[in-house]
Write a protein that binds this ligand. Structure first.
Ligand SMILES: C[S@@+](CC[C@H](N)C(=O)[O-])C[C@H]1O[C@@H](n2cnc3c(N)ncnc32)[C@H](O)[C@@H]1O
Length: 350
């Protein structure tokens, strides 16, 4: 695989895309659809050109009135982490809120997701439990956000949705103590050790009803047995200290990829996470929604895979940059020629 390739872009006349021009980018070469590869652009040039990405920047996803009912094929997201992260926006959902109030506000977002999802399609939520440091009389403890969220959705939307389990995504420990040690508590002796909190969940829900018919191009999206086993394995693993071979990976059915990074104060998820979910649950030309899009990872990957996308974010504190520029840089906005940028990426700002 070469480390440079070309992204095709086209000018549009009233008959749709006509002139295909090649635009140099730093994308890796387009890969066949076989295995989901890190950094692979798997859409064909025509698929890239034919997608649109509507981003609502500065909008609260508790009300997504810009989206029509039952028009989304996959909703995937990583919600704000209650009290753990201050994104620098006083309107952000959950920060300095009580736990019940956080869960209730999130419920508004899930209700909207279920309104816009097509029947038979998936809502996937990446969430890690939260640990609270010892503070005064309060001991170190884990708040099971994943359990609260799954429980809330099953209770409140039982007439609309079924829960299909959660993938465990094993990643770099978040319980590192200062000094870089990854062990906690009474190291060396019993009674007061703590479990290393090195995983998050991807909870999967299905909206009840019959799924949309697959497109006529369905054959292009065939998933072979090895890839299927990998994708639908209940554990996606990141092994920081051991390189495992492709063969071992297939035999173990283990997914392995790196954890999220921090950009502009938010914890972004790796491209690999939306890439796998989009591969598992959509066809080219479908539309993917991320109600907490952050830096725009879901849109970036949806674009690369020839899917349409819609994203919402209320806004976060950029490092040195305007957060909207963080998003534009990420989603390939500036990689497209000016004359097709704004028809491909429809940015609505508040
Ligand atoms: C965990 S981050 C998402 C990161 C994203 N997955 C990425 O890869 O960049 C959660 C995001 O939710 C946004 N957010 C918080 N409250 C919101 C609200 N009420 N409506 C929309 N977005 C909100 C924050 O600004 C933050 O960017």
């Amino acid at each position: 695989m070469s480390d440079r390739s070309e992204l095709c872009t086209a000018s549009k006349d009233e008959n749709g895309p006509t002139t295909v021009q090649r635009l140099k980018t730093s994308f890796p070469e387009a890969e066949p659809r076989a295995l989901a590869q890190e950094n692979a652009v798997i859409a064909t040039p025509q698929e890239l050109l034919n997608t649109t990405h509507r981003l609502f920047l500065g909008f609260d996803s508790q009300k997504m009135s810009q989206i029509e009912n039952e028009t989304i094929h996959l909703a995937l997201t990583s919600p704000p982490y209650w009290n753990l992260k201050d994104y620098g926006n006083p309107s952000q959902l959950g920060y300095r809120d009580s736990l019940p109030s956080y869960i209730k506000k999130l419920r508004n977002v899930w209700r909207e997701c279920l309104r816009v999802l097509l029947p038979g399609c998936r809502l996937c939520i990446n969430v890690g439990d939260e640990y609270l440091r010892a503070n005064g009389n309060t001991p170190y403890q884990i708040i099971p956000l994943h359990a609260y969220i799954v429980n809330d959705i099953m209770n409140k939307f039982a007439d609309r949705v079924v829960y299909l389990g959660s993938i465990i995504w094993q990643k770099i420990p978040t319980t590192r103590t200062t000094g870089g040690a990854s062990v906690m508590g009474s190291y060396g002796f019993p009674r007061n050790g703590y479990v290393s909190y090195n995983y998050e969940y991807i909870a999967i829900f299905k909206k009840l009803g019959s799924a949309p018919r697959p497109p006529s191009t369905k054959g292009n999206e065939r998933i072979g047995l090895d890839e299927w086993r990998r994708l639908f394995n209940g554990i996606w693993s990141y092994q920081s200290d051991k390189q495992i071979t492709e063969e071992e990976e297939i035999n173990n059915g283990i997914w392995r990829f790196k954890g999220a990074r921090q950009v502009g104060g938010i914890a972004i998820f790796p491209d690999e996470l939306p890439r796998r979910l989009i591969r598992m649950f959509t066809y080219a030309g479908d539309t993917v929604l991320d109600p907490f899009m952050g830096s725009g990872t879901t849109t970036k990957v949806a674009f690369e895979m020839g899917r349409n996308s819609i994203g919402y974010d209320i806004g976060f504190r950029g490092d040195n940059n305007d957060w909207k520029e963080v998003v534009k840089n990420k989603i390939h906005y500036y990689n497209l020629e000016e004359r097709v940028r704004d028809s491909t990426f429809r940015l609505v700002t508040r």
